[in-house]
Design a protein around this ligand. Structure first.
Ligand code: RB5
Length: 148
């Protein structure tokens, strides 16, 4: 799978581990930055990955900041994004299975590297279930249209 990844300065080290993990599993990774530990603004990277996912440049996105919150909030402002902060595998599984989320976010100051890998693996191995969940996901996306 082609996966886009983005982060802020707090998550550079964890991002490198996740990229290595993804490549080991045979995925293609596009790194949208940031590329240094210089303090930066997470909305920039949330938006970049959000737009890459919605345009189809990549199939799924992974975002990492200190908590996963700021960067996912930014991504969720891009029309078509459903980004979820997941700090353990169960939520990651449900975010795919029930919510058809297209971006996984987590916090480099919240989860360690091994837990993060488990979260990523669970996310990538889980398919959207559809059915009644499709109607609800469509309802979420309809909300965007009300605010045009
Ligand atoms: C940066 O210090 C921190 O605010 C950011 O990484 C993130 O946790 C924001 O939600």
């Amino acid at each position: 799978m082609k996966i886009g990844i983005g982060n802020d300065h707090s998550a550079l080290e964890l991002k490198a581990e996740i990229i290595e993990f993804l490549k080991e599993k045979g995925h293609e990774v596009v790194d949208y930055g940031t590329y240094t530990t210089d303090s930066c603004d997470y909305p920039v990277y949330g938006e970049k990955v959000g737009r890459a996912v919605v345009s189809g440049e990549v199939e799924q996105g992974i975002l990492i900041c200190g908590t996963g919150l700021g960067i996912s909030l930014a991504a969720n402002k891009v029309k078509g994004v459903r980004a979820a902060v997941c700090s353990e595998p169960y939520t990651a599984k449900m975010a795919r299975q029930h919510n058809n989320c297209n971006i996984l976010a987590f916090g480099a100051r919240v989860v360690g590297a091994e837990l993060a890998k488990l979260i990523v693996e669970t996310w990538l191995n889980t398919e959207f279930e559809g059915g009644r969940h499709e109607r609800r996901v469509n309802m979420i996306m309809e909300i965007e249209k009300k605010d045009q």
